[in-house]
Design a protein around this ligand. Sequence first.
Ligand code: ATP
Length: 348
Amino acid sequence: MTELSLRRMTKRFGRLTAVEDVTLDIPDGTFVCLLGPSGCGKTTLLRLLAGLETPTEGQVIVAGEDQTTVPPEKREFGMVFQSLALFPHLSVADNIAYPLTIRGRSKAEVRERVETLLDLVQLSDLGDRRIHQLSGGQRQRVAIARGLAIDPRVFLLDEPLSALDANLREHMQVELRQLQQRLGVTTIVVTHDQKEALTMADVVIVMNEGRVQQIGSPMEIYRDPANAFVAGFIGTSNLLPCTLNTDRSIEVFDYRFDVEEEDRLKSDPGAGLVLSVRPEDVRLEAPSTGIPAKVIFIRDLGESIQFVLDQGDHEIYALYAPSARPDIGLGEEVGVTFAPGKRVVFPA
Ligand code: ATP
């Protein structure tokens, strides 16, 4: 069932269009990440969903009902803000209880629910602590528990993990995902961190300049980017100028190869197009094969070895597993080719 839909949603702030003509359907129980560069409209879209912003145009539909004019507190959504917005003078338990007490729930009900939530986020022993006596990760959990207090229809989180250091952040990504799976609550998380989005989400919505660029599973977004923006934003892509010929061959610099069945062509034949290839799909061969280039940098990343190649006008990135590392050294001339079936051609 579709829990949440946006219909042609647009939000303008004066002359600036923060969100432009966004239509999407989010099925019940889905974990969605809204991903995009700074200023692309992620937070505004989340606030439109929550009812914290009034759309310039468009509708929010929840379970088939138009909620566009319903005030935020009546939408029964849970929210976690980037700042967490916890009350420092209240205990952990009182922070979590807050959304329930302002809704006039009975003391007994509140106590029981808070206990369940403390247990859920593994803070059962810390209910009486003040917020300033907690670690960053613990504060994060309090904010998540408070967001879940009302048993929300939809759980919205704006960059909830951005203040945490890398290790704790990865840990919390897994924890948040597991929690969401256990509860089955439709969850939308804003992030500008693609790794975070690809780790947690069932569905990633990639935005740029207020517009949705692609909606898909992490695998689809990574393997089959809809356009050059997504290819460039997600992971590292080599984006090289190319020509697509009517005989289904592709020319990159002076190297020409035939299109294979699995290659994805997102443009009609023509010049001035872009070929996108992931570094792991770049192959380094003898100089007589492929695009002539020179190795200008080799970096051992632990789980992989990165080669940076200078082609003249462009740098090309290649990535090899340590076990498959080619016997090629710094300064050597090579021929660059691309794994058949892993090549995408876009309009520039
Ligand atoms: P970030 O990752 O940096 O938080 P974002 O993708 O969440 O960015 P938004 O906060 O949604 O982006 O902002 C989108 C655009 O709308 C930006 O250009 C921002 O300056 C503008 N904007 C957001 N809120 C307002 C406001 N209340 N008044 C005027 N402009 C705003």
